[in-house]
Design a protein around this ligand. Structure first.
Ligand SMILES: Nc1ncnc2c1ncn2[C@@H]1O[C@H](COP(=O)(O)OP(=O)(O)OP(=O)(O)O)[C@@H](O)[C@H]1O
Length: 268
């Protein structure tokens, strides 16, 4: 079966299973997840702690491999790539933003932004980079080093760096986890703006309903399964959904403790 995405899908996983460990310590972090991340949209992944959010993101981004099932980015199935091609795909077609800003302290803001392109020997598109610098509001900081910037400004550099190579998709893992709420809101607004203005795709893992509300759509995981999707989320609706999932997760754990069979996912 050809599971490569149609052009309007930036990334996709199909029947994704990820098992860590074996025997008594086996964990099914993903238990048959199929999800599309539409191109030109901002999607948030939410779910209770341990529900598989980071595992899904890492496998969808080619940072980790699935036990079974497939993952694809922009029409390319990741399982079909050897290590070298996978590294090139990650470098050329995927951007990353992490909780820790991961900037190089000895480089200026401008150098940090174009670092992935410079490492790959790719010529930066000056017009695109110029527009990005304006989008993230760092024009007057281009020659500063990261230590001279606030946390929010550093994360804005990381956002510009993630978009520098016009990637098919930018994956963001708790990008506001180290920021105060005001800087966090700025970075989220920026991600949403970059998606709208440049028609790029962002997939973000977050614990925070307020952060998720900046996305166009939220996908919810529970127990390694996709249990719901919500378009045009608001923080209140996401919070209500999360409360229901957390309650269900607690109930399931209580049942497990009583020796009952594990629940079959929250909505099924
Ligand atoms: N490298 C690993 N080895 C063993 N188990 C792992 C590993 N990585 C994750 N897990 C387990 O897989 C499950 C899913 O983990 P994952 O980090 O994807 O969840 P999460 O929803 O991102 O959690 P959190 O919100 O707490 O960050 C958890 O039970 C976790 O303990």
């Amino acid at each position: 079966m050809n599971t490569a995405p149609a052009p309007h899908v930036a990334a996709r996983v199909v029947d994704a299973v990820k098992v860590y460990g074996g025997g008594d310590t086996e964990v099914r972090a993903l238990d048959g997840v199929t999800v599309d991340f539409p191109a030109g949209r901002f999607t948030a992944i939410m779910g209770p702690s341990g529900s598989g959010k980071s595992t899904l993101m890492h496998c969808a981004a080619g940072l980790d491999t699935l036990t079974s099932g497939t993952a694809a980015i922009g029409g390319t199935e990741l399982n079909s790539l050897d290590d070298r091609r996978l590294t090139l795909l990650r470098r050329d077609r995927v951007g990353f933003v992490f909780q820790a800003f991961n900037l190089l302290p000895t480089l200026t803001v401008a150098e940090n932004i174009t670092l992935p392109l410079d490492l790959g020997g790719v010529r930066a598109d000056a017009e695109w980079i110029d527009a990005l610098v304006d989008t993230v509001g760092l024009r007057d900081r281009l020659h500063h080093r990261p230590a001279e910037l606030s946390g929010g400004q550093q994360q804005r550099v990381a956002v510009a760096r993630a978009f520098a190579g016009r990637p098919d998709v930018v994956f963001a893992d708790e990008p506001t986890g180290n920021l105060d709420s005001r800087s966090g809101a700025e970075v989220l607004g920026l991600l949403a703006h970059a998606v709208r203005q440049t028609h790029r795709t962002v997939v973000m893992v977050t614990h925070d309903p307020v952060a998720a509300a900046h996305a166009d759509e939220v996908v919810f995981l529970a127990d390694g399964r996709l249990v719901d999707r919500m378009r045009e989320p608001t923080a209140d609706r996401v919070l209500d959904r999360m409360k229901a999932l957390d309650t269900k997760a607690l109930d399931t754990k209580a049942l497990d403790g009583a020796g009952e069979r594990r629940g079959q996912g929250v909505l099924s």
